[in-house]
Design a protein around this ligand. Structure first.
Ligand code: MG
Length: 207
């Protein structure tokens, strides 16, 4: 991620078919987007804090796109021109709250619920061969590949920038593959994007 605080974190839901299925959902006809607040951001090594009384809290390993310049109405074929880099991201989710709320601001928005690792510049990564892996306490839990995205990164940038201006430093979390599961206090969760890097965080209780 960049040093400046992003104006927004745009997240994409159900963008891998097998993940949509595991939560009992279907792949949407258009990208399903939601937000996490910039106040949820943490870096590698900082703790994910589980709030009291929220029930199950899940990891969601994702490939994140860092926007490089202001972008509105970008066509898919030009989308990589507005991308600065790629980073690993964990879309930590209070799953029980997500199930009871029609909108996910609460489930997705707690402080510390968005670990993001160091960005690697777009020129230094193989954009057609990005993978994402999640490990909990060293054990493999999720494995996804950019080729399995329902809506590709350029398609997402065209869609989102057709709605809102993306600003330099903004993040797009491109969705999580199957294998999501709960985190417990004391766990260490790592999200690795192949050829980019890893974001690693311990899980702690509130207080
Ligand atoms: Mg997600």
């Amino acid at each position: 991620m960049t040093e400046t605080t992003p104006t927004k974190l745009v997240c994409v839901g159900r963008n891998y078919a097998k993940h949509a299925a595991e939560l009992g959902g279907v792949v949407p006809d258009e990208p399903l987007i939601f937000f996490k607040p910039p106040s949820s951001l943490i870096r590698t090594g900082e703790p994910i804090v589980i709030p009291d009384g929220v029930g199950r809290v899940d990891f969601e390993g994702e490939i994140a796109v860092v926007i490089g310049k202001a972008a509105k109405n970008v066509r898919a074929e030009d989308a990589w021109d507005v991308v600065q880099g790629i980073a690993p991201l964990n879309d930590v989710t209070a799953r029980d709250l997500q199930r009871i709320d029609d909108q996910w601001g609460r489930a997705k928005g707690f402080d510390t619920f968005c670990p993001v690792g160091e960005m690697v510049h777009v020129s230094e990564v193989d954009l057609n061969n990005l993978s994402v892996i999640t490990r909990v306490n060293g054990e493999l839990r999720q494995q996804g590949h950019v080729q399995d995205l329902v809506f590709s990164i350029p398609t997402l940038i065209e869609y989102i920038s057709g709605i809102m201006t993306l600003e330099a430093g903004d993040l797009i979390a491109t969705g999580t593959p199957e294998g999501v599961g709960p985190l417990s206090v004391g766990d260490t969760v790592e999200v690795e994007v192949g050829g980019v890097g890893t974001v690693s965080n311990m899980v702690v209780a509130d207080n």
